[in-house]
Write a protein that binds this ligand. Structure first.
Ligand code: ZN
Length: 443
C-alpha cells in the first residue's frame, strides 16, 4: 500500500490557509477587475449590463453583485455557439483548448480556454485532487470519458500535475476494468457515484476481496447527486476505508472550466468551494433573490479570474446550500456545499407539492435492503401517478419494510407515492450519470 505523507497538508498553502477577511479582499479586487474586463471585451455583457443599467464601477462591495444580471445556459447556447460569439472576450485564435456539453437538449454549451484558463483549471484540479488525498506516486484509474466532456481530460491534467500516474481508461468494459484495478494496484479511481457503486457490486459478484486484492484508497465520484449511504457503501465495497482513504465528492461544470470547482477534503464534510476562483451565491430559483448561509436554493457562480469566457452570475440550476462552519482541515476561507441536492429542472409538482426527486433518493438509500431504485412520475394518466420502484432481495421484503420506506419518503417530501418491490438487478445500472428519475408525459 502506498504510504501517504502527512505533510504538507495543502497544495497551495498561502491561499488555502487565508483568513475569511483576506479572502473577501482578494475576491473584491478580482471581481471588480473581472466585471470591467467583460464589460470592455464582451458585446454580450456590455449589452446585458447596459440593459440592467449597471456599470462595473457600481460594485463597491461583494454584496453589490446582486445588482448585476444573471447569465443562463440559454444565453450561452444562443450567443456563444459555435465559436464564442458575443460572449467570448478574446479572439478564438487565442484559445487552444475547447470543450462542450453533449447538447442532448439543444445546442451544445461551448467553452473555450486560453492558455491561462488552461493553467488556472489545471491548478484548480491539482488543488482539488490534493485536497481529496491524491499524492505524487499514486496510480489513478481515470474512468471518465476522454472526449467533449470535461471530466476525462480535466482529471488527467490535474492528476498529472500532482504527480500521480494516470491510466486513461475512459468509459466501459467494467469487468476488465476491475482486473486492471487489481493488476496495476490502482490507488485512486474517478467516476460517477452510480458507476462506482456498480463497480462495487461487480467486485463483490466477481468474488474479489477489495481489502486484500485491490489497493484503492481514494475514489472521487463527481458529476451527480449521491447520498451518505451511497458513500458508505462505495467506501466499503471498494475497500477505501481499509486502505486509509475514502470516497470524496467533487463538483464542477463545463461553464466553469469543468470539474474541480468544489471538492471534499479528507474530512468528508461537504465540498470546499474554491472561492478565490469562483464567487458563489445561493438564490431562490423562483424570485432570483440571494439567500443566506445554510439556506437551500440555486447555486449561482461568477468567475473571478477567467480569460476567454468569464461568466457573471451563472445560474447552474443545481440546488445546494453553503455552509460556513469551520472544517477540521483548516481551510477557513472556503465554505462548503453538502452536495448537489437536486436540479431545479428535476422538480415536479405532485398533489400540489413541489418535489425534488433527490430528496426521495436520500431517504431510500438509508435502507440497507434497497440496492437500486427508480422514481417514475407518470403524467399520462389522471390523476398523475408517482411510483417508486425499489430493488429489494425477495427474502427481505415485508409489509413493515414497505411502510417504513413510505414513512421516510413522507417525511422528506410530504407525500406517499406508490411503492413497488422489484427484483435485484432488474433496474438499469449506469456507467455515467444515473437517470433514476423517469418522467412520462403525453405526446
Ligand atoms: Zn475541510
Amino acid at each position: 500500500m502506498l504510504k501517504v505523507a502527512a505533510e504538507p497538508k495543502y497544495w497551495e498553502p498561502s491561499i488555502e490557509t487565508m483568513s475569511p477577511e483576506e479572502m473577501r479582499k482578494l475576491q473584491l479586487k478580482r471581481l471588480k477587475a473581472q466585471l470591467r474586463y467583460v464589460y470592455e471585451r464582451s458585446p454580450f455583457y456590455r449589452r446585458k449590463f447596459d440593459e440592467a443599467k449597471v456599470k462595473p464601477d457600481d460594485l463597491k462591495t461583494l454584496e453589490d453583485l446582486r445588482k448585476f444580471p444573471f447569465t443562463t445556459k440559454m444565453d450561452i447556447r444562443q450567443y456563444a455557439y459555435p465559436h464564442g460569439g458575443e460572449i467570448i472576450c478574446v479572439p478564438r485564435s487565442e484559445c487552444p483548448y475547447f470543450h462542450c456539453t453533449s447538447g442532448t437538449t439543444g445546442k451544445p454549451t461551448v467553452m473555450y480556454y486560453t492558455r491561462k484558463d488552461q493553467e488556472n483549471w489545471t491548478n484548480i484540479m491539482a488543488r482539488a485532487l490534493y485536497g481529496t488525498g491524491v499524492r505524487k506516486g499514486d496510480i489513478m484509474m481515470n474512468i471518465y470519458g476522454y472526449y467533449l466532456f470535461t471530466g476525462g481530460l480535466g482529471f488527467h491534467y490535474g492528476a498529472a500535475r500532482v504527480g500521480a500516474t494516470v491510466i486513461p481508461w475512459g468509459i466501459g468494459r467494467t469487468e476488465a476494468l476491475i482486473e486492471a484495478l487489481r493488476d496495476y494496484k490502482a490507488t485512486v479511481i474517478t467516476g460517477t457515484p452510480s458507476y462506482d457503486y456498480y463497480i462495487g457490486e461487480l467486485v463483490k459478484k466477481m468474488g474479489i476481496d477489495p481489502e486484500k486484492e485491490l489497493s484503492l484508497r481514494v475514489s472521487i465520484p463527481g458529476a451527480e447527486t449521491w447520498t451518505e449511504e451511497m458513500r458508505r457503501r462505495i467506501e466499503e465495497w471498494l475497500g477505501l476505508k481499509a486502505h486509509g482513504g475514502g470516497a470524496r465528492m467533487m463538483y464542477g461544470l463545463t461553464e466553469m472550466y469543468g470539474p474541480g470547482m468544489a471538492t471534499e477534503c479528507e474530512y468528508e464534510r461537504g465540498m470546499h468551494v474554491w472561492v478565490d476562483y469562483y464567487y458563489p451565491e445561493v438564490i431562490d430559483p423562483d424570485t432570483g433573490e440571494p439567500l443566506g448561509p445554510d439556506e437551500q436554493g440555486e447555486l449561482v457562480l461568477t468567475n473571478l479570474v477567467a480569460e476567454a469566457m468569464p461568466l457573471i452570475r451563472y445560474r447552474t440550476r443545481d440546488i445546494t446550500r453553503l455552509i460556513y462552519d469551520p472544517c477540521e482541515c483548516g481551510r477557513k476561507a472556503f465554505p462548503r456545499m453538502p452536495g448537489i441536492l437536486g436540479r431545479v429542472d428535476d422538480a415536479f409538482s405532485y398533489k400540489g407539492t413541489k418535489i425534488y426527486p433527490s430528496a426521495i433518493a436520500e431517504r431510500l438509500m438509508k435502507f440497507d435492503e434497497v440496492q437500486e431504485f427508480q422514481i417514475v412520475f407518470d403524467k399520462t394518466v389522471m390523476p398523475y401517478r408517482l411510483l417508486v420502484k425499489v430493488e429489494v432481495p425477495a427474502d427481505k421484503r415485508s409489509p413493515q419494510l414497505k411502510e417504513a420506506i413510505l414513512n421516510e419518503i413522507d417525511k422528506a417530501v410530504f407525500v406517499r407515492p406508490e411503492l413497488e418491490f422489484v427484483d435485484v438487478g432488474s433496474l438499469p445500472r449506469w456507467e455515467g450519470k444515473a437517470k433514476r428519475v423517469v418522467k412520462l408525459e403525453s405526446a
